[in-house]
Design a protein around this ligand. Structure first.
Ligand code: SF4
Ligand code: SF4
Length: 179
């Protein structure tokens, strides 16, 4: 298999610099509104702030892959003497909590690094974080060339985009029972 160059995008989070202003949530939701900037609603943001002022906890977390099922166990972190709630660092949309789900449809949200055409110099949340809690880096890595998706994968991706993964999986499960 041949090697190709891949751009790796990284947002570095310095939790000590975050003051919980939530500007990142506001701009992320506005940038992804349709039409763009027509509304803002932190519940639609792909970055969410875990905020516990009494414990001096301000933790920006980015939405990652959806979890198909709740974890069997939970993690609890204590850092610099601060105890974070279970699941605080988790990036997944999951049945156990409300964050990272589109409020109207319930579909999972995922950070897309503000992919746009023309590309941005930096993701919007990084640009709007005036406390430098978020900083952006890019680097190139050599990776194995991915196999191009076949017709079936392309069709499934389109259906998943239209109806959501869960509905698609339910439909496949019903179809397989009939066979
Ligand atoms: S990088 Fe873009 S999509 Fe991701 S959380 Fe920041 S503003 Fe939202
Ligand atoms: S914009 Fe920066 S300082 Fe404000 S909540 Fe987001 S990460 Fe924290």
């Amino acid at each position: 298999m041949s090697k190709v160059k891949k751009k790796v995008k990284v947002i570095k989070i310095d939790v000590d610099k975050c003051n919980g202003c939530r500007a990142c949530e506001v701009i992320c939701s506005a940038f992804h509104a349709t039409p763009k900037y027509s509304s803002n609603n932190p519940a639609r943001s792909r970055i969410r702030l875990i905020r516990e002022p009494i414990k001096d906890i301000y933790l920006p977390v980015y939405a990652g892959e959806r979890a198909g099922a709740e974890c069997m166990g939970r993690d609890k972190y204590v850092i610099d003497g601060k105890e974070y709630d279970e699941c605080s660092f988790c990036r997944a949309a999951c049945n156990s909590r409300e964050i990272f789900k589109e409020p109207d449809s319930g579909l999972p949200l995922k950070c897309d690094m503000c992919e746009s055409d023309p590309p941005l110099s930096e993701p919007m949340c990084v640009q709007w974080c005036l406390n430098d809690a978020l900083s952006y880096e890019e680097r190139e890595e050599e990776v194995e060339e991915e196999e191009k998706p076949g017709d079936v994968e392309i069709g499934l991706e389109a259906l998943a985009g239209k109806y959501g993964i869960q509905k698609l999986m339910d439909a496949v499960a019903r179809m397989s029972k009939k066979e």
